[in-house]
Design a protein around this ligand. Structure first.
Ligand code: HEM
Length: 153
């Protein structure tokens, strides 16, 4: 159990964060979302934050993919298998600093560079999706690293 005093709470209200368009799943389909998350976890696996993630990156990628399926307007795959997302709580076992968040976002950005051609991501929703990742990832930060900027991106 972590010392509650050591937990950093970002100065934001997650309820204010606008979720991505629910049309995205219908455009991409499940397989493309799974491939996108597999590629994202491959990037994480080669990144400075690799040590946070389990050895079996494919399994971890598929768990996240189930979440993104429902986030993007598909069936509630994640909740059916794992229960309510409660993602900030699920990230609590890991010390997530703003620097770790930057690395995480950089990995996602490398994948999103070919989102449209590689996974059929609908171009008109890409800007909002990037914005969602930037905003929602702030909510995962639970450890101060002395970086005062709330949103460096
Ligand atoms: C701020 C940067 C972030 C870092 C460093 C991070 C790191 C992690 C780590 C270490 C895990 C556990 C991997 C495992 O044991 O399988 C995890 C799980 C997960 N992450 Fe993140 N994460 C971040 C942001 C996000 C964001 C913004 C989302 C959603 C948009 C997200 C979605 C998930 C999901 C769905 C899981 C699986 C949760 C579970 O059921 O265990 N993460 N993340």
């Amino acid at each position: 159990m972590r010392d509650p005093a050591a937990v950093y709470t970002p100065p934001i209200n997650p309820a204010d964060i606008r979720g991505p368009s629910q049309e995205i799943y219908a455009c991409m389909g499940r397989d493309n979302i799974y491939r996108m998350l597999e590629d994202f976890y491959r990037e994480l696996g080669a990144s400075p934050i690799r040590g946070m993630f389990p050895d079996d990156l494919t399994r971890a990628a598929h768990k996240s993919a189930a979440f993104f399926v429902q986030l993007l307007g598909g069936p509630p795959e994640y909740s059916e298998h794992f229960g309510p997302p409660r993602l900030r709580a699920r990230h609590m076992p890991f010390q997530i600093t703003n620097e770790a968040r930057r690395q995480w976002l950089a990995c996602f950005e490398r994948v999103l560079e070919h989102a449209i051609t590689g996974y059929g991501f609908p171009a008109q929703h890409l800007t909002d999706f990037r914005r969602f990742l930037q905003d929602f990832s702030l909510w995962m930060v639970n450890t101060a690293d002395g970086d005062p900027s709330p949103d460096p991106t």
